[in-house]
Design a protein around this ligand. Structure first.
Ligand code: DON
Length: 573
């Protein structure tokens, strides 16, 4: 009955004054019930759908579109909701990339990646002996770049239909009144407890007396107050006034260097997407400062002349070919890619047919290739970037990947403002050849400089078929992001899989250095054996990526899939 009443009120508001649609969609018995919700792994929706890392965030996005918003409205509202319900990666203290195709065919690439503070310097993470100090680039105040997310949301707003105050209201409600955390979050908060205490000198919402238990509610009053300032004052509610003052004060409590000017001067930037064709499909992905678009362009083009579909899924033939394409592309990433405003990235050459054919000239289908012996790093993944895929009724496609970098970023919450800061500075090459937390190495192209944006692997991607919307896809996973998207596309295009199978089948990853193939636990055992016999070093690891994909079926339904590796969940209508 309560649900019926809410729907009626929304409807009446819709008729009388569609631009205000201010009725809260969050609350017990409402469209988004923060105390009773379920994880939904896939669904087919006739009009519009969202796939994201948390059920409540997907429900908020879908409800916003049901209220008359488009995919951009949903993108803004879902990101804000994730900042509350998925604090490990959802954020207002981080950054990201939005890639979209409007229903009129226009493409939008929005870069709101964090920037190095003006006081940053090339060797800021080296000790007096010139050794890289990971603890400084990965934890605490100094690890944080200038956050870009709120600038990104306001740069998205011109494409949206509803007022910003409507889009942020669900996040405010979720922060203020709280929501029941998932079992995975219970475990995550409990295991991060010591790191939270170590990196904060004030009480924070994620640490409570004793342990977290299933069924507990997380309330974030400080975050709610910050979101209200943004609701009232727009981007200035974050980059100026009280929130900015709280960020600068927090910096002074630790060893941070983000200044009031850094915050005031931050802007989101438009970037022309990377575009190319692969077996009759048009692929659109993100340009530098992300390496993602170039990498999937290189990898897909390197394998295009081989009949991968006929080799069979996870056959040694298809896997070995893809590994060798991955190895060569990641070698280019380390050398040639960085923020294009600071470093000339040779995009045209890197993606040209001649260059890619040359790169594959020494490819031997019978034997493992070899990466030059450079100091290699071990990979550890913290699963904490997050992707949102959205398709609306008008045919707008929105693909957003956003991050704090590591899980809970630098683990430091801005005192009084309730949000976590990123540790994105670690994505720079802090010293040539020294691997970052994902084992990625780099050099001059990705060296630290004031105002520069650190090289990313985030790969929000769109696929068109017959010039029409087909797939929205993306994932977290650090350096494994481009290989996950690469394999997702090959699964759909070459192996004709559903979106759900394409993202959930076991994956593998090679990133040039270290010279090893990482595989997920359920990877084909026979193929693994054959790879080892060919000379590959194969190591097992935890889940690779948490991909969200939407595929438009020929009957017009949106096949919407959420990764089985987390609490990822879909919603739509
Ligand atoms: O921008 C990047 O490439 C990284 N900061 C992404 C981090 C990430 O995906 C962590 N999650 N697994």
């Amino acid at each position: 009955m309560k649900m019926f009443k809410t729907l009626c009120i929304c409807f009446l508001f819709g008729i009388i004054q569609p631009s205000i649609a201010q009725v809260s969609i969050v609350g017990a018995g409402k469209k988004v019930d923060p105390y009773h919700y379920a994880v939904v792994k896939n669904g087919q929706f006739r009009r519009a759908s969202v796939s994201s890392a948390h059920p409540l965030a997907s429900l908020v996005g879908a409800a916003i579109m049901e209220q008359g918003g488009n995919a951009f409205d949903a993108g803004i509202a879902t990101q804000l909701a994730l900042a509350v319900v998925y604090p490990g990666a959802g954020n207002i203290g981080g950054g990201g990339f939005l890639l979209a195709r409007q229903s009129n065919g226009e493409l939008i690439g929005l870069d709101y990646r964090e920037a190095a503070p003006s006081k940053a310097s090339r060797d800021m993470y080296l000790d007096k002996n010139g050794n890289a100090v990971a603890a400084l680039s990965q934890f605490g105040h100094l690890a944080s770049g200038v956050p870009g997310t709120i600038a990104g949301l306001f740069a998205t707003l011109p494409y949206a239909k509803l007022p910003f105050k409507t889009l942020i209201q669900p996040a405010i409600d979720l922060a203020e009144k709280g929501f029941v955390i998932t079992e995975k979050q219970v475990n995550s908060f409990n295991s991060e407890r010591d790191a939270f205490i170590k990196n904060n000198n004030h009480p924070i919402a994620f640490v409570k007396e004793g342990k977290w238990h299933v069924g507990d509610t997380l309330i974030q009053k400080d975050l709610a107050a910050t979101l209200k300032r943004i609701q009232k004052d727009g981007a200035k509610g974050f980059y100026d006034g009280e929130t900015a003052a709280l960020i600068v004060a927090e910096m002074q409590k630790g060893n941070g260097i983000i200044s009031a000017d850094d915050l005031m001067n931050y802007t989101a930037k438009l970037r022309n997407p990377i575009e190319f064709d692969y077996r009759g499909h048009h692929i659109i992905s993100f340009a530098p400062p992300s390496s993602g678009g170039i990498l999937i362009n290189q990898m897909l083009k390197m394998i295009e002349k081989y009949p991968v579909g006929s080799y069979g899924f996870q056959s040694v033939k298809s896997v070995q070919l893809m590994i060798e394409a991955e190895r060569r592309s990641y070698a280019d990433r380390a050398e040639h890619m960085g923020d294009p405003d600071f470093w000339k990235v040779p995009v045209k050459t890197l993606t040209s047919d001649t260059y890619l054919a040359e790169r594959m000239k020494d490819y031997n289908p019978d034997k493992a290739g070899s990466s030059a012996a450079v100091k290699a790093g071990s990979i550890h993944e913290s699963e904490e970037t997050t992707h949102i895929s959205i398709m609306d009724a008008a045919g707008n496609m929105v693909s957003i990947t956003t991050t704090l970098n590591g899980g809970y970023g630098c683990k430091t919450v801005v005192g009084g403002a309730g949000f976590l800061l990123n540790n994105e500075m670690d994505d720079f090459s802090v010293k040539p050849g020294v691997p970052n937390m994902y084992g990625a190495v780099g050099g001059e192209a990705n060296a630290i400089a004031p105002g520069k944006r650190m090289l990313s692997s985030m790969t929000p991607t769109l696929i068109l078929k017959n010039k029409k919307p087909y797939v929205v896809i993306g994932t977290p996973g650090g350096t494994t992001i481009p290989t996950s998207v690469f394999q997702g596309i090959v699964n759909i295009v070459d192996f004709k899989m559903s979106a759900s199978d394409a993202i959930n089948k076991p994956k593998f990853h090679h990133q040039w250095l270290p010279d090893a193939v990482m595989i997920e636990k359920d990877f084909d055992a026979n193929t693994k054996k054959q790879l080892i016999a060919m000379g590959y070093k194969v190591t097992e690891r935890d889940g690779i990526g948490r991909t969200e994909a939407i595929r438009l079926l020929s009957d017009g339904k949106r096949e919407t899939a959420a990764d089985i590796r987390g609490d990822d969940s879909v919603a739509g209508f």
